[in-house]
Design a protein around this ligand. Structure first.
Ligand code: CMP
Length: 139
């Protein structure tokens, strides 16, 4: 089925001018970027986005990192977009990521791992609504 998923190009990647190279990976995989904006999150906004992780030991580090520089938030649309995006991203830890994936090519560490992607349809809907209004999704 056609799905939509929320993607974030993280500060380590925007700092290194990798937005275009990462977007090319999405488009080459058949994912369409139907919404996109560059924003600079506050630590509190990052904390709200990652609320499910608030008990994890890396939560404050994660929030500080996500607020350290601009991010590009985007909605990707396509056949099985949630799983397809996770394939293109590769494993969370770049040490475990397959050849050709975004994290294998660009990620610096498990924290500075260049991209975020929604993990399921319910979280995709929530995460898209966190950043975008319906009017901003141009499929
Ligand atoms: P993401 O898909 O954005 O969702 C939660 C993030 O937490 C994850 O990617 C990682 O970047 C980050 N993360 C997971 N484990 C660790 C860790 N051990 N140390 C720092 N950050 C982590």
């Amino acid at each position: 089925a056609t799905e939509r998923t929320l993607s974030i190009i993280k500060p380590d990647a925007t700092n290194r001018n990798l937005t275009g190279k990462i977007n090319a990976k999405f488009e080459d995989a058949g994912l369409r970027i139907i919404a996109q904006k560059r924003i600079h999150l506050t630590p509190a906004q990052a904390g709200q986005f990652y609320e499910v992780h608030k008990e994890r030991p890396f939560y404050s580090e994660l929030c500080e990192f996500m607020a350290s520089a601009p991010v590009v938030v985007q909605v990707l649309e396509g056949e099985n977009a949630i799983a397809k995006n996770r394939e293109v991203m590769g494993a969370t830890n770049p040490a475990n990521a397959d050849e050709g994936t975004i994290r294998k090519e660009f990620a610096l560490s498990v924290g500075e791992n260049s991209v975020h992607g929604s993990d399921a349809p319910e979280t995709a809907a929530q995460e898209i609504a966190f950043f975008f209004s319906g009017l901003e999704l141009v499929g």
